[in-house]
Write a protein that binds this ligand. Structure first.
Ligand code: FAD
Length: 464
């Protein structure tokens, strides 16, 4: 029986990053993946393909709506959807191939197939059983649905995010159930491609968990881009044929059940942890009430030698959270000190404009009764944002009223997903808003808006 120091189950961003760090720390490492390619949800049917489509359709939107006013005239591009999907698939291939190269480079064995754990210290893949001192479960998550809604990605009428990344054609009418990150990103893609997109959401605001002013501003911007929202609507079910669907919903405020017709319904109501087939029940591995694998502060399950990380455990279902846990658990297994600061994990929506946030929200801190100050700066006062026609949105920094320590931030605007890291680093170093305000920022950059928001926490922004 081949034996390893660590076998990692699942080659998503949690698993493959963990494998690389384990190998770097001198541990004999194997990774098991049941998919044909490495990279997990993120690279195959998540972060990367959705960003490829967002990028392509953003270019289309720019050409259709913004080129002429900059003096760029001529025929606007027409959409070859099959070519756009090929572009997306090529991007996936480059990325998954890159991970395969990294596995070889780091001498990590890829055990191809679906794994189960017959006993602590053993991993079975196909007919082979491998001995291992440690097991890291990084089996990720899968889309979840609603009662009365049956997803069928093959037919392509009622689809989840995986189906929505590869629709046979661009639908005339799309209904998106759920106004969370995935629904809004993919809804934006199809709205830019010319679909009539209606988003149906149970809550009264988009992107639950964000501050109300960010939610309001974001929704307004998306409405300007042509998305329609039906808020406070409880979806009762979807009736589908092979070509069409009817979405039935009950308005929460009362009244009769309503029905919307669609060519495609995208169910984007969240994701659930995936650990099927591993044999966790027989092993006695404890789960949380929400079906996640329960772990302690060092990602250890209740069964010695078995760890778990990423979407399959508690916490935000984000690739970078999984990666951080992957590195940290490798350090723990190697006898070092792995650490993840869960207070500083950014979240980003990759629409145009992007929306990013980190740390505490203003609404949550106010609800706690914490004394805070809030510095806000609109991109209307930022020269660079105006130069590129993206002055919608703002930067908001939330700091402790007495100590001035930065507690959180939200950005809605161009490159928000990159700019948020300035605040992340500031928070990691325990910086004050004044520290950011005193840091020279190059002109003209979007990041000047971050500095202005920090100045607004003190004596005031300059360009407000
Ligand atoms: P996964 O990436 O889900 O990987 C788990 C892997 O384990 C899978 O490949 C699976 O096949 C394999 N596996 C499971 N069980 C077994 C077994 N028994 N044997 C062998 N292999 C097994 N996150 C972001 O941070 N940014 C984004 O922009 C973003 N965009 C997204 C867009 C979409 C459309 C979706 C669906 C998700 C997006 N996410 C994004 C979320 C992100 O993809 C996940 O948080 C991330 O992939 C979780 O990583 P993971 O390693 O925990 O699991």
């Amino acid at each position: 029986m081949s034996s390893y120091d660590v076998i990692i189950i699942g080659a998503g961003p949690g698993g493959y990053v963990s494998a690389i760090r384990c190998a770097q720390l001198g541990l004999k490492t194997a990774i098991v993946e049941g998919r044909e390619t490495l990279g997990g949800t993120c690279l195959n049917v998540g972060c990367i393909p959705s960003k490829a489509l967002l990028h392509a359709t953003h270019q289309l939107h720019e050409a259709e709506h913004n080129f002429a006013k900059m003096g760029l005239k001529g025929k606007s591009p027409s959409v070859d959807w099959n070519q756009m999907k090929s572009y997306k698939d090529e991007v996936i291939g480059q990325n998954t191939g890159g991970i395969e190269f990294l596995m070889k480079k780091n001498k990590i064995d890829w055990l191809k197939g679906w794994a189960s754990i017959p006993a602590a210290g053993q991993v079975k893949v196909g007919d082979e059983t491998y001995a291992t001192k440690n097991i890291v479960i990084a089996s990720g998550s899968v889309p979840s649905s609603l009662p009365g809604v049956t997803v069928d990605n093959e037919t392509g009428v009622v689809v989840d995010s995986t189906g929505a990344l590869s629709l046979p054609k661009v639908p005339k009418k799309m209904v998106v159930i759920g106004a969370g990150v995935i629904g809004l990103e993919l809804g934006s893609v199809y709205a830019r491609l010319g679909s009539e997109v209606t988003v149906v959401e149970y809550m009264d605001a988009v992107c639950p968990g964000m501050d109300k002013d960010v939610q309001r501003s974001f929704k307004k911007i998306l409405e300007k881009q042509g998305l329609t929202f039906i808020m406070g609507a409880a979806v009762q079910g979807v009736d589908a044929t092979k070509t069409k669907a009817k979405v039935k919903y009950q308005p929460k405020k009362g009244g009769d059940e309503e029905v919307i017709d669609a060519d495609v319904v995208l169910v984007a109501t969240g994701r659930k942890p995936f650990a099927a087939g591993l044999g966790l029940d027989a092993l006695g591995v404890k789960l949380t009430e929400r079906g996640q694998i329960a772990t302690d502060a060092h990602w250890a399950t209740n069964v010695p030698g078995i760890y778990a990380i990423g979407d399959v455990i508690e916490g935000p279902m984000l690739a970078h959270k999984a990666e951080d846990e992957g590195m940290a658990v490798a350090e723990v297994i190697a006898g070092k000190h792995g650490h993840v600061n869960y207070g500083v994990i950014p979240g980003v929506v990759y629409t145009t404009p992007e929306v990013a946030n980190v740390g505490a929200t203003e609404d949550a801190l106010k609800a706690e009764g914490r004394k805070i100050k809030v510095g806000k700066f609109s991109f209307m006062g930022n020269g660079r944002a105006k130069a590129v026609g993206q002055a919608d949105g703002f930067v908001k920094i939330i700091a402790d009223a007495e100590t001035d320590r930065v507690l959180g931030a939200a950005i809605i605007g161009p490159a928000a997903g990159d700019m948020i890291h300035e605040i992340c680093v500031a928070m990691e170093f325990g910086a004050s808003a004044e520290d950011i305000a005193l840091t020279c920022h190059a002109h003209p950059t979007y990041s000047e808006a971050v500095r202005e928001a920090a100045l607004a926490c003190g004596d005031g922004a300059i360009h407000a």
